[in-house]
Design a protein around this ligand. Structure first.
Ligand SMILES: [Zn+2]
Length: 472
């Protein structure tokens, strides 16, 4: 089977293969932690999750880096208004982001580097660009010279005639109509010093512009050429265009082979959800309104293809909750079934096998989860009817369990909530006791080591086994 992904760079669906066989180097733009992320942000983050999971289903190991932007114009503004240092402001929202990601069951990236922890890498990159003539210094501000990079605009298919050589912009965002030289480094202002957002650099004290962090951190952890760079479509210009310019001007090699972009989320009226416009809904708002976070997950993942706009409505969220209920109900019915007692329905078995193939083919076709699930829900109906009629025997039972497992490899909504550390540890201790009673000391030792790796120390005492956490 061949995985095909829509590459923004070529505006085509292309067969995906990583540079190094078996391993995918993936970089995704993460949250700016100045506020609670809104569901539009989470749609992009869950799109990354879908991509991750399908790459894993396709047999790849992942090296996924997602940055945390913890210094930028808005963070400094917000920290100054609250009279705190940026680290204090961002720690709180980073924590909220990670909690939200857990309640949405987004798999963790292998690495979440923070911008403020990588200023040195950014300085080195800026120095390289200065040395190569791709950047210039204006009174302590350093700008990227887009005239020095002829490919500027290739990703967003920008008409280069609209470029204005020499025009400069210091803010982190700007309009496509006026593509201009952008800030790599900004001279420290009194407010930066007040909130702890200034660093010593060879080209003067200051702070990095927003765009440079992704280039520096991606290359630091994943090398000079990534397999896939993904982000929300609002980052396409100027952010991703600037990432390419900075990276490729410095290294001379392609920065990312595949660029993937997920579409906007709009509110019930159809207006793009955005924090600066004030029309945004957070995950916490939806949960407070009674929505199951996993229904929100299903809605954001599967209500529309990732490259189509998605309108958040109450009806849509309720419909996702209903889909969730149907999947869980079928899983439960299959769990309780004793299929050995029934004759098999060959037609049902075949329909489920075909459905599994169709589901996989839809996912391989640019992650078309909505299409794949459409067929799955038809099968859920057929399976329930067959169960009602007592027509599900061993083969169809197994095929249906396989179908649900295929689907849950992406959705991850069928397993119960994660057991607490206490429950997990108690269970392993009981298993170890069992193994020791059976004189299976290899297993007992393996369990002890596994616990140690989780930071749990066992102490055998006369009263039985005690345990304590030595680290978290
Ligand atoms: Zn980025």
């Amino acid at each position: 089977m061949t995985l095909r992904l829509h590459n923004t760079l070529t505006a085509r669906r292309e067969e995906f293969r990583p540079l190094e066989p078996g391993v995918v180097r993936l970089y995704t733009c993460g949250p700016t932690v100045w506020n609670f992320a809104h569901v539009g942000n989470y749609r992009a983050f869950l799109f990354y999750d879908l991509l991750r999971r399908h790459l894993a289903v396709s047999g790849y190991r992942l090296r996924h880096v997602m940055n945390i932007t913890d210094v930028d114009d808005r963070i400094i503004e917000q920290a100054a208004a609250a009279g705190v240092r940026i680290a204090e402001l961002t720690a709180r929202y980073e924590q909220a982001f990670l909690e939200d990601m857990r309640s949405l069951r987004a798999q963790e990236a292998e690495l979440y580097p923070r911008a403020t922890g990588h200023v040195e890498d950014m300085m080195l990159l800026v120095e390289r660009l200065l040395a190569g003539g791709h950047a210039y210094d204006v009174d302590g501000d350093v700008y990227f010279r887009i005239a020095s990079f002829p490919a500027y605009g290739a990703l967003s298919h920008l008409d280069r005639a609209g470029l204005r050589p020499g025009a400069r912009v210091a803010t982190d965002k700007y309009e496509k109509e006026s593509a201009t030289d952008f800030a790599l480094w900004k001279r420290a202002q009194p407010v930066d010093e007040r909130v702890g957002a200034a660093w010593e650099a060879p080209f003067g004290r200051g702070r990095p512009g927003w765009h440079i962090e992704c280039s520096a951190m991606a290359m630091r952890y994943l090398g000079e050429t990534l397999d896939i760079h993904a982000g929300g479509v609002d980052l396409l210009f100027p952010h991703h265009e600037n990432e390419i310019a900075q990276s490729e001007a410095a290294t001379g090699c392609p920065f990312a082979r595949f660029w993937l972009h997920s579409e906007h989320v709009s509110d019930a009226t159809g207006a793009k959800m955005s924090k600066s416009e004030g029309n945004f809904t957070t995950l916490r708002d939806l949960v407070a309104a009674g929505h199951d976070p996993l229904a929100v997950r299903l809605f954001l993942l599967a209500n529309a293809h990732y490259r189509s706009k998605l309108r958040v409505t109450d009806e849509g969220l309720h419909a996702a909750g209903e889909q969730l209920r149907r999947l869980r109900e079928l899983a439960e019915r299959l769990r309780r079934l004793e299929p050995g007692l029934r004759a098999d329905d060959a037609a049902l078995f075949q329909a489920v096998q075909d459905g599994r193939d169709a589901y996989r083919a839809a996912l391989d076709d640019d992650l078309n989860l909505p299409e794949g699930l459409g067929r799955v829900f038809e099968l859920v109906r057929e399976a329930n009817a067959a169960l009602d009629a007592g027509r599900v025997g061993p083969a169809a039972h197994e095929a249906l369990l396989g179908l649900l497992a295929d689907v849950d490899a992406h959705l991850d909504v069928l397993t119960a909530a994660e057991v607490s550390l206490d429950e997990a540890v108690e269970r392993l201790i009981a298993e170890r006791e069992e193994a020791r009673r059976a004189r299976d000391f290899a297993t007992a030792d393996r369990i002890r080591n596994e616990l140690r790796e989780r930071g749990v120390q066992l102490e055998d005492s006369r009263d039985g086994v005690r345990w304590r956490v030595t680290r978290r």
